[in-house]
Write a protein that binds this ligand. Structure first.
Ligand SMILES: Nc1ncnc2c1ncn2[C@@H]1O[C@H](COP(=O)(O)OP(=O)(O)O)[C@@H](O)[C@H]1O
Ligand SMILES: [Mg+2]
Length: 230
């Protein structure tokens, strides 16, 4: 459902991703790697927030190499960035409404699904998003993305900095999103063990290159240590 072929990207003259080729099917596809390995750069490149230097991208059967970010979103790609992923001065309800600008079913129908997934959200609707806890912020950010009725959801370190209880809950929710809504997920994470437990396959990035791609159940500690260069 998604394919990247020899993609290179980075910032200005600096090349970070050194020609990556991989595909994502109906699955949770983990992107692992140490701090600075290029996980965020990859997700931003897929979402078209960074220009491709070389290579091609295909999504849902079509070539999207030259398709801009807003159009990709209408075609079913939703991105939850690592930081600044809600509008802090807007209420939770307003943040969710922004997601509903894309998609087909009624806003009410989609809101009900988000409330079912994250039961704390209905109690926060009129609160400014900037006043939420870290865990609540991630729920609203993911909820907003789900309002877009995506086929492919890109999550950049959704559990970073969260309390352990929130971390386990959020991983369970990500699995539930994939299994019950049929959404493919590309999940960038540093929390390797928990990510491997819920993902189908994992790609370990090392200094902008693919160290390995394998079924998550085959990824062991030695591979992680070598890939993370620790
Ligand atoms: N805005 C930027 N400008 C220049 N270099 C950047 C920028 N953001 C990230 N980088 C560099 O790109 C590399 C990969 O970073 P990043 O994709 O954020 O890694 P990760 O998400 O895996 O921690 C790092 O060397 C980082 O310093
Ligand atoms: Mg990152």
């Amino acid at each position: 459902m998604f394919k990247a072929e020899d993609i290179r990207s980075g910032y200005g003259e600096v090349v970070v991703l050194q020609g990556l080729t991989f595909n994502v099917e109906d699955e949770i596809f983990a992107v692992l790697g140490a701090n600075g390995a290029g996980k965020s750069t990859l997700l931003k490149t897929i979402a078209k927030l960074l220009p491709l230097m070389t290579g091609s991208l295909a999504f849902d059967g079509g070539d999207v190499t030259h398709v801009p970010a807003y159009e990709l979103a209408t075609e079913g790609l939703a991105f939850v960035p690592q930081e600044h992923n809600v509008f802090p001065d807007l209420t939770v309800a307003e943040n969710l409404s922004l997601g509903s600008l894309i998609g087909k079913r009624t806003k009410e129908e989609r809101l009900e699904e988000v409330y079912d997934l994250f039961p704390v959200i209905p109690d926060r609707l009129h609160q400014k998003a900037g006043t939420l806890s870290g865990g609540e912020t991630q729920m609203v950010a993911i909820g907003r993305a789900l309002m877009q009725e995506p086929k492919l959801l890109l999550l950049d370190e959704p559990t970073a900095g969260l309390a352990p209880l929130y971390v386990d809950n959020l991983f369970a929710k990500i699995k539930e999103i994939h299994e019950t809504k049929g959404v493919s997920v590309i999940l960038a994470e540093q929390n390797a063990v928990k990510t491997l437990a819920i993902s189908n396959r994992a790609m370990i990035l090392s200094l902008g290159e693919i160290f390995t791609i394998d079924d998550s159940e085959n990824v062991n500690l030695d591979m992680l240590k070598e890939g993370y260069q620790i």
